[in-house]
Design a protein around this ligand. Structure first.
Ligand SMILES: [Zn+2]
Length: 511
């Protein structure tokens, strides 16, 4: 997918007119109906109060002139760079930076602008990423070591010099790509670890990163940096994943309905995206669906069916088989109660999730033959107007039918990902959100079989076979997913697998 030529799209609702190098200005413009090439900014907000904001009270003043004193370093640098690159407009989320600001000022305006995020980033000419700034003070420019100069005599005995520097640290790129545990790089690469920034990067056709060490470039065909060391990052790692992959494998907005194998590839892409997204964090975990909505919109045109809070119709029921990655240092005693998303959606996880691999067409087809969960009904009701945004807790339900066993919990592994069930101790268990559900001990759970075991030899290399949802009954016959059980990795589970598969079918309404 080549990068589109620069176009002059409709400008976002409000942009800053930066003038030019010869005639600099800094004015907020209401750009309704106007077209032009513009630059977008991707940055970390930092704590509320440290970000400049345009409120209803200052809106008219900022339309005359935005005083330098209200601009943070990052914003000031973005204005200068935009001008220097020869663009007249920069889009900075001046109204939507920081939730406190939004809630106090105009929550409806926030919801409206957030829903338009996809267009803002995907139609920008270029996105400037303040990659090493934890907040507005950090800015885009950094003091770099210019290296050491050494003098030496040459053959004609005149003196010459050579400049030497240490190799550039490219860990930033690793932090951007998959498999990075966000909490480990949050201090070094604040921008790479934020969920909001994830979609800004995905949607932008071109990103210019201002890192501590150098400038780097990423578009749909190229990854490059000043020192040249990023070239190797654009080729797939041994995991089959490359830094350039997120953009190159992104669906085109106008793709027609894909054939069944293209659909499998897109669903695999969505699964990788789920893994990447959940390895990042949010200041407000309840924004998880909203901060994903722009990417979801981009996939919406790709023919995956209806969208349900992070899940695609055509990916079900197999895509219910996400599991959390066990992270001992992030392991908590109990899950928190704030509602993020339905428990059946991976978006509800507060920590990194993983999907079984591979997800290619052949493997999907094989897995479907052994899938024994039927989807009866699924609904997700948007909390606001955006169908891709936050959803209502009790209205967003999944109804399934599956073979299921009710068992009492005799213990949960505090230091290990396992669960003891009456008669079947130490079953391999991934607790949702990586949270140890100690409240279930001495209580009962339902084990709903998602996939039956496959015979030896039909199992993809390194992949598991069979898995079950672990469901906790709430009041009124409503259930909540608490984890995924994978008892059949070794086929030596003391008959647990047979017992679950042979259990009578039961219908569950899961929120
Ligand atoms: Zn480099």
């Amino acid at each position: 997918m080549a990068c589109n030529a620069l176009v002059s799209p409709q400008l976002p609702t409000r942009v800053i007119d930066v003038g030019s190098v010869d005639e600099p200005r800094c004015v907020l413009v209401d750009s309704t109906g106007r077209v032009g090439a513009y630059v977008a900014l991707s940055h970390c907000w930092g704590s509320p109060g440290t970000v400049p904001k345009t409120t209803k009270a200052t809106l008219s003043q900022h339309k005359q002139c935005i005083p330098d004193s209200v601009l943070s370093n990052t914003f000031r640098h973005a204005v200068e760079i935009t001008r220097g690159l020869g663009f007249a407009y920069v889009w900075i989320d001046v109204r939507t930076n920081g939730r406190d600001v939004l809630n106090l000022d105009d929550p409806e305006d926030w919801a409206f602008e957030a829903a338009k995020m996809r267009t803002v980033y995907s139609e920008s000419a270029i996105t400037l990423a303040a990659a090493s700034a934890a907040d507005g003070k950090g800015g885009c420019y950094h003091n770099r070591s210019s290296g050491e100069e050494f003098e030496y005599p040459n053959t004609s005995d005149s003196r010459q010099s050579i400049r030497v520097r240490l190799p550039v640290d490219h860990a930033f790129f690793d932090a951007l790509s998959a498999g990075v545990q966000a909490h480990k790089s949050v201090e070094r690469f604040p921008l790479a670890t934020r969920k909001w920034v994830f979609q800004e990067r995905m949607l932008s056709p071109r990103v210019l990163y201002f890192t501590k060490h150098e400038l780097a470039w990423e578009c749909r065909t190229e990854v490059a940096c000043e020192c040249g060391g990023a070239d190797c990052l654009a080729t797939p790692h041994d995991t089959g994943y490359s830094l350039a992959m997120p953009k190159t494998s992104f669906p085109l907005a106008n793709s027609s309905a894909p054939d069944i194998s293209a659909q499998a590839a897109l669903l695999e892409r969505w699964a990788i995206l789920a893994e990447e997204y959940t390895s990042r964090s949010l200041t407000y975990p309840t924004d998880a669906l909203v901060a994903l909505s722009g990417v979801a919109r981009a996939f919406d045109a790709a023919g995956l069916g209806a969208y349900y809070a992070g899940m695609w119709e055509h990916g079900l029921p197999l895509d219910l088989s996400w599991e959390t990655v066990y992270q001992p240092d992030l392991h908590t005693a109990e899950s928190q109660t704030e509602y993020i998303a339905p428990s059946w959606s991976w978006v509800s996880s507060r920590t990194r999730v993983a999907y079984p691999r591979p997800k290619n067409l052949a493997e999907r087809t094989r897995r479907l033959q052994y899938c024994c969960t039927d989807i009866i009904r699924i609904t997700s009701i948007p909390a606001k107007t955006d169908p891709f945004g936050h959803v209502l807790e009790y209205e967003s339900r999944l109804e399934i039918s599956a073979p299921a066993l009710c068992l009492s919990v005799t213990g949960v592994g505090v230091d290990m990902p396992d669960i003891d069930l009456f008669g079947w101790p130490a079953q391999h268990f991934a607790a949702d959100s990586n949270a140890c559900p100690t409240h279930l001990v001495a209580d009962e759970v339902w084990i709903a079989c998602l996939e039956r075991r496959r015979p030896e030899g039909q199992n993809a290399r390194g992949n598991r076979t069979g898995c079950s949802l672990v469901l906790e009954e709430l009041n009124g016959g409503i259930f909540r997913r608490v984890g995924l059980i994978m008892p059949w990795i070794t086929h030596d589970d003391g008959g647990f697998g047979e017992a679950v598969e042979a259990a009578p079918r039961k219908t569950f309404r899961i929120i």
